[in-house]
Design a protein around this ligand. Structure first.
Ligand code: MN
Length: 263
């Protein structure tokens, strides 16, 4: 009722006579309905910047290293890239030099590590050509695609969605983003993960079946990519379980290490 009354008053010019009230009314009318509560934006720190990277969507590529595809039971020579998503607020930020506490999640008895390169986009589009794809990359980070493997496998066996195995709280562990203007783009370089000092995953980005540019191109055929999207680019072989108390150390040639402790 009140807005109708104001609109009527404005149309008649009556509010022009009331000074300050007339000045504040148009702004209030433009603001529209307010959310009934605030949802916090998900952000990732940027190395060397005081501003942060706001996350829009988290995409993950599956089976992007041949040896990992084989250990997961597929043929890497024939399978096109496939993607899944994690919820944006699954991000767990890990600072350089820290050993962040990472909660062992509910429901699982087989909780797996997957160390991955993450590309962070500053722009996007649809049907992006591979040759132009890296122009959309703002920077890179080290990430962990944490996985409730027993739940993923159980749902897979029943031809049901993976959601519960991949898309839960804290499942997207990530270090700070390094601008590509400083690091360059990543097409090769050692990537590894150690648990309690024992190396478990040890590979090289040049073994990725689909490069970051190709991942962006393929993704953009299915989704309109936008600034704020990040892409977990797949994990090499020798994924495996962790338990409470384990300390994970992730390394990627050219970036600082990232470490978490399972609690
Ligand atoms: Mn993964």
């Amino acid at each position: 009722m009140r807005s109708v009354d104001r609109r009527t008053l404005l149309a008649s010019g009556a509010l022009a006579l009331t000074g300050a009230a007339a000045q504040s009314t148009p702004a209030a009318a433009q603001a529209g309905p307010k959310p009934i509560f605030q949802v916090q934006a998900t952000t990732i720190p940027i190395v060397g910047e005081s501003d942060v990277f706001q996350v829009r969507r988290i995409y993950c590529i599956g089976r992007n290293y041949a040896a990992h595809a084989i250990e997961r039971g597929s043929d890497p020579s024939r399978e096109p890239p496939f993607f899944f998503q994690k919820p944006t607020d699954a991000i767990q930020n890990v600072a350089i030099g820290a050993v962040a506490d990472h909660p062992y999640p509910s429901l699982t008895k087989n909780y797996h590590h997957e160390v991955e390169l993450v590309a962070a986009l500053k722009s996007g589009g649809t049907n992006i050509a591979p040759a132009a794809a890296l122009d959309h990359v703002y920077g890179y980070a080290l990430g962990l695609d944490m996985t409730r493997r027993d739940l993923q496998n159980g749902m897979s066996a029943e031809k049901k969605p993976w959601e519960i195995g991949k898309s839960f709280d804290h499942a997207a562990v990530i270090g700070p983003i390094h601008p590509a203007t400083k690091t360059g783009h990543f097409s090769k370089g050692a990537i590894s993960l150690a648990v309690n000092g024992t190396v478990r995953q040890d590979s090289n980005l040049d073994k990725m079946i689909w490069s970051v540019a190709e991942q962006i191109a393929k993704l953009s055929e299915a989704f309109e990519l936008k600034a704020g999207d990040i892409i977990y680019s797949g994990t090499p072989e020798n994924v495996g379980p962790v338990v409470k108390g384990d300390v994970l150390l992730c390394k990627l040639e050219g970036l600082p290490d990232m470490s978490i402790r399972i609690v």
